[in-house]
Design a protein around this ligand. Structure first.
Ligand SMILES: Cc1cc2nc3c(=O)[nH]c(=O)nc-3n(C[C@H](O)[C@H](O)[C@H](O)COP(=O)(O)OP(=O)(O)OC[C@H]3O[C@@H](n4cnc5c(N)ncnc54)[C@H](O)[C@@H]3O)c2cc1C
Length: 390
């Protein structure tokens, strides 16, 4: 019988959101996850699965049952011919990379950090940059889902295809993702080149930059014209050591991120944000705005659904974990992004509700129908998801 713990306090990585689940479980097998769901059904409890707990919002919070997937973290199969790997959903990508390396394989694109799980990154539509590359969920070729009634669904393009199209960005609301099969590529090394530029130059030459580098992104330093352009490209050069000191030192941050149609709207949104900051000198932004690019896809609630996209994220640093005034900046940014047709990053704080999502996502009602069929009693809902679906 799986053991549940009382009195556990959950906090996300940035310590900006937390909750006190009634019971906290760390199952080690599918049978144990099933037991938790059976108990939840019996006692009419809600359930939330948590992966790496990195989402800078309350998307993974609950006061019901929390399932932490950290003990379901095995690599189950590596198919070197197809270059595919099947893992338990609780595996941290940081633990997967060396396993893939043993087979000279790698994932073609990753988010900024790897202390996140296979199930969690696809839950929120995690992305990085590179206009030829989709969000991480586009690397998923199959997954298994344990639904509220205890059924296991094998999902891929050829099996339960409609659920597959929804579950690759699942928001944690369709069931417990048990396993994920990822399409890999031959292992590669990247070379990074960064150089200074100006906002005007970058915005006027977006297409050129996108053509020049496979993984192009840039950082704009608010309250200035300054931009740091970053190119990352495949190289045959041997790797040099580089410590990722930045994240080691970051105590935490608030983060807000929206996506836009690439090119058409990027310039408009950034220039408007710049003008707003200039017009309101008391509104302070103390972190660069990161701008990244991603290929469109056909995953129902993917922020890149049917459009190549540009992500702009604003960040406020929390020195020594202290709160800083940020709401004016947040609201200004969110208003601009909504006006120009942006969609919020699912993992991050936003004020959008069902009405907004119905406008933003052509397939929103299709996703809702799948969710209601798989989870008719709302076992996997929480406060965050109620704002999305009600
Ligand atoms: C320092 C830092 C850097 C980041 N960089 C990036 C970045 O570059 N790009 C980007 O897009 N995002 C980025 N993020 C956000 C991060 O990638 C997402 O929040 C991601 O979802 C975190 O994965 P996780 O395993 O921590 O998931 P969690 O935050 O634990 O969960 C995310 C969602 O998935 C659900 N879930 C998790 N596992 C399962 C499962 N097995 N079955 C069902 N539901 C599940 C949860 O209930 C929740 O809804 C960053 C976050 C931090 C803190």
């Amino acid at each position: 019988m799986v053991h549940g713990y009382k009195g556990v306090k959950f906090q996300n990585w940035a310590r900006t959101y937390g909750c006190c689940p009634e019971m906290y479980f760390q199952p080690t097998s599918v049978e144990e996850v099933r037991e938790v769901l059976a108990l939840a059904r019996q006692q009419n409890k809600r359930v939330k699965v948590v992966g790496g707990g990195h989402s800078p919002s309350d998307i993974a919070c609950t006061d019901g049952f929390m399932i932490h997937m950290g003990k379901m973290n095995r690599v189950l199969q590596v198919d070197t011919e197809k270059k595919q790997v099947t893992v338990e959903a609780g595996i941290l990508l940081a633990d997967l990379h060396p396993q893939l390396g043993k087979h000279s394989l790698a994932l073609s694109n990753l988010g900024a950090v790897s202390d996140v799980t296979a199930g969690g990154v696809i839950g929120s539509g995690t992305h990085n940059t590179g206009i030829k590359h989709g969000i991480l969920a586009t690397q998923v070729v199959a997954l298994t889902l344990l639904t509220a009634d205890g059924t296991i669904l094998e999902c891929s393009e050829s099996s339960n295809a409609d659920v597959f199209q929804a579950a690759r960005v699942h928001l944690g609301c369709l069931g417990v993702v048990l396993t994920v099969t990822l399409q890999c590529v031959p292992q590669f090394h990247l070379q990074e080149i960064s150089f200074p530029s100006t906002l005007e130059e970058v915005l006027n030459n977006l297409d050129g930059h996108l053509k020049k580098s496979e993984y192009f992104r840039f950082l704009w330093f608010p309250h200035s014209e300054n931009v740091s352009v970053i190119y990352q490209d495949h190289t045959n050069k041997p790797p040099s050591s580089s410590a990722n000191w930045f994240w080691d030192y970051a105590i935490g941050f608030y983060l807000l991120e929206f996506l836009l149609w690439i090119r058409e709207k990027t310039k408009e949104a950034l220039l408007e944000l710049k003008a707003m900051l200039e017009a309101h000198p008391k509104m302070v932004a103390h972190f660069p705005v990161e701008v990244r690019f991603t290929r469109g896809d056909d995953i129902l609630l993917s922020p890149c659904f049917q459009r190549d996209s540009c992500y702009m994220n604003i960040i406020m640093y929390r020195p020594y974990g202290k709160d800083v005034p940020r709401l004016d900046y947040w609201l200004t940014y969110e208003t601009i992004m909504k006006k120009v047709g942006g969609r919020p990053h699912w993992a991050k704080a936003h004020n959008c509700t069902r009405k907004d999502f119905e406008k933003m996502y052509p397939a929103f009602s299709k996703f809702c129908a799948i969710r209601e069929k798989l989870d008719p009693t709302g076992m996997f809902l929480n406060a965050y998801l109620e704002k999305v679906f009600y």
